[in-house]
Design a protein around this ligand. Structure first.
Ligand SMILES: Nc1ncnc2c1ncn2[C@@H]1O[C@H](COP(=O)(O)OP(=O)(O)O)[C@@H](O)[C@H]1O
Ligand SMILES: [Mg+2]
Length: 234
């Protein structure tokens, strides 16, 4: 087991932006690439991963932990860190103590954003929460925006505008996007991880796998680079 287990938290004060979808996509990809235990902590009271667990079709090494509350999240993160290669936390679309605790332990906070100004405003709220948590817990916390549900055909004007807004504000954006693809939804409807789906179940699977590969690469690179910087500074 690698000595260092990164924690990745998917955060947005708003529901429906794609946190859960991106969490499962990343987890699927990392299990496929590393072939080691990847833990997803489902810290949403609606438990979007519960049904997937019950279907029993996820890879064995994709470990799901259903977290109870703000009283259990820190212990669950600590436990997961001990037996996983990577820990991914899927949070409720809100701001509360449980989200703050998860952020306080994160090596990278990913903020999914769809192509609307409203989403961009929510992202700004998430960043404020990260900054408060940095102060309160006296720890630097890296974060980046993830564009999700991008239209496949052409880059919409909205995305271009929002991307410019972020870059003007020096807000980091991951160098990979998730396009709006049926395959990402099909994981949830069938209970299969991305690499266990077949072309007969869903079209456009290879493109979804290209997206998930790029997402994992962007996330892992960012965490490694940040870790290098932190170690040099220490
Ligand atoms: N990349 C994507 N492609 C297709 N559908 C997506 C994608 N990301 C999210 N969705 C859909 O958008 C809705 C909200 O996504 P979800 O991941 O549940 O958001 P959140 O966890 O932030 O509430 C779901 O119906 C999901 O299937
Ligand atoms: Mg969710």
């Amino acid at each position: 087991m690698a000595a260092y287990t990164p924690v990745i938290a998917f955060v947005s004060p708003k529901g429906g932006v794609g946190k859960t979808t991106a969490s499962l996509t990343l987890a699927s990809e990392l299990v496929y690439q590393f072939d080691e235990t990847i833990t997803v902590i489902d810290a949403d009271p609606n438990y979007p991963f519960k049904r997937l667990m019950n279907l029993g079709r996820l890879p064995q090494k994709l470990n799901i932990v259903l977290d109870q509350s703000e009283e259990t999240i820190l212990d669950n993160i600590e436990k997961a860190r001990q037996n996983s290669r990577v820990v991914i936390i899927d949070l409720e679309g809100t701001k509360n103590m449980r989200v703050t605790y998860a952020v306080s332990k994160a090596d990278l906070v990913v903020i999914p954003v769809q192509g609307s100004i409203l989403d961009a405003n929510e992202a700004a709220e998430a960043i404020k929460l990260i900054k408060r948590t940095e102060k309160g817990f006296n720890r630097k916390i890296d974060y980046a925006i993830l564009f999700t549900r991008m239209p496949a055909a052409l880059v919409s004007r909205n995305f271009v505008d929002i991307a410019r807004q972020f870059s003007d504000a020096l807000i980091p954006v991951l160098g990979a996007n998730l396009v709006e693809r049926e395959a990402f939804k099909t994981m949830f409807s069938t209970g299969y991880a991305l690499h266990d789906l077949t072309d007969s179940q869903v079209s456009g699977l290879s493109k979804a796998k290209q997206d998930s590969y790029a997402l994992a690469e962007a996330v892992v690179d960012r965490i490694n680079e940040n870790r290098k910087k932190l170690m040099q500074a220490a």
